[in-house]
Design a protein around this ligand. Structure first.
Ligand code: GLA
Length: 418
């Protein structure tokens, strides 16, 4: 099934999901009982705190404090997430060890991008909880969703995701605070001065990060992609919305505002196409090196890794790039991996083998790099990947197929982790 990049599946009522899965009411009750026991077990497991390094060092620079226009957001009502079964209904149990169990042995977070409505599907949630220890919102925390009008925030989607994570003992990568895309109309049409844009940026980051830091500050949202995709292919600053409104300082300001709002959160610069060694990764390196040198509170670089078999960087380049970032004292995380197969002219099983090789290579590079602390794919199953909607062609870029079955790519990364 192909989906549009940002479209919401039409009908995700319980009745529709049950009908689609062919589950009757009695079976559902049995599943729920099994699910409740499993959820209790999961919540008693320790969280992967070994993958969450210590708080960032105190800043030596003086940070200008801008007054907050919006009061800290009051907790909003969240959709209660009930315990869910962890095995796909009516299927034979998977003999493979869960990915998260092997990843835990390496102190590695493994996660997927999610939309809140997918979490309502017992089969989806069951697979997710069996295999992963972290999630990230695909779109729920982007400006156009979370801050649709100048004086109105909508935390409903993000809250559903964070509550699901909290309830099930998963970590959340917050995504994303500053990006040139998926901005609401009021910003695209907004006529503000530079100072006002800085104020808007400050208020947004303070409110969103403050909201998810929460009263308990339990570090469920342990990290943020503070700035997303600010470097061009050539390695210069990308001429995006924020550069035009504020100038290059928007990057430093964003990290400072995020740090003020949650001093414990790990703060990342996140980008695509700069995973190996090329002008873009050099530009990213130069940028973050400058930030580190000036005492800007940055903790890591997210390597998105939207790739395909033709352009995926060689393992040695990945390791070298991770190493130089590590030497700056930064973590790296693979944040959005998917591997397109639509450009390969081979049988499906050959394509999936080629794809598995890329996943193996990236996981292997991560394990060779002591500061590689996370491995996230941009979706759980091929059924909901953004790629077909984006390219207009069918594809199968993720670790699980359209029927939620494991693919050779999963076996490949399990093998590397064993
Ligand atoms: C970028 C963004 C993500 C997502 C993907 C594709 O990589 O960081 O949030 O939008 O593009 O969907």
């Amino acid at each position: 099934m192909s989906t549009d990049k940002y479209s919401r599946p039409r009908d995700h009522s319980l009745a529709a999901i049950l009908a689609a899965l062919g589950i009757d009411l009695l079976l559902l009750c049995l599943i729920l009982i099994a699910g409740i026991s499993r959820a209790i077990m999961i919540s008693s497991l320790p969280l992967t705190s070994s993958a969450t390094p210590a708080a960032i060092p105190t800043l030596t620079t003086v940070i200008k404090v801008y007054p907050t226009a919006f009061p800290p957001a009051a907790p909003t009502t969240t959709v209660p997430v009930t315990a869910l079964p962890t095995e796909p209904a009516a299927s034979t149990p998977d003999p493979r060890p869960p990915l998260r169990v092997l990843a835990d042995q390496h102190g590695l977070l493994v996660g997927v991008a999610v939309a809140p409505w997918w979490l309502e599907d017992p089969q989806y949630a069951g697979l997710l909880l069996r295999e992963f220890n972290a999630i990230t919102p695909e779109n729920a925390m982007k400006w156009d969703t979370i801050h649709p009008e100048p004086d109105r925030y909508d935390f409903s989607q993000g809250d559903t995701i964070v509550e699901f994570a909290r309830h099930n003992g998963l970590k959340v990568r917050g995504h994303t605070l500053v990006w040139g895309n998926q901005l609401p109309q009021w910003m695209l049409e907004g006529k503000y001065t530079r100072e006002q844009w800085i104020q808007i940026l400050h208020d947004h980051i303070t409110t969103v990060v403050g909201h998810y830091r929460g009263a308990n500050n339990d570090h469920t949202v342990f990290a943020w992609d503070v700035v997303n995709e600010s470097v061009s292919k050539e390695g210069a600053l990308f001429d995006n919305f924020w550069l035009q409104k504020i100038g290059p300082e928007y990057i430093t300001l964003a990290f400072q505002f995020a740090h003020e709002a949650d001093p414990d959160a790990l703060l990342f610069y996140n980008d695509n196409g700069g995973e190996g060694l090329n002008p873009k990764s050099q530009g990213i390196y130069n940028l973050v090196q400058g930030l580190v040198k000036s005492g800007v509170p940055i903790n890591g670089v997210g390597l998105q890794m939207h790739t395909d078999t033709a352009v995926a960087p060689p393992e040695a380049e990945l390791v070298a790039n991770m190493k130089r970032l590590t030497d700056l004292g930064l973590q790296v995380q693979i944040t959005e991996m998917d591997v397109r197969v639509q450009y390969i002219n081979k049988s499906l099983s050959e394509k999936l083998q080629d794809q598995a090789g890329i996943y193996r290579r990236v996981m292997s590079a991560c394990l060779q790099s002591p500061n590689c602390t996370g491995f996230f794919t941009w979706g759980l199953t091929d059924r909901f990947s953004w790629i077909p909607g984006y390219t207009g062609k069918p594809d199968a870029p993720l670790l699980f197929d359209e029927n939620y079955q494991p693919k050779p790519a999963l076996d490949a990364i399990l093998e590397v982790l064993k």
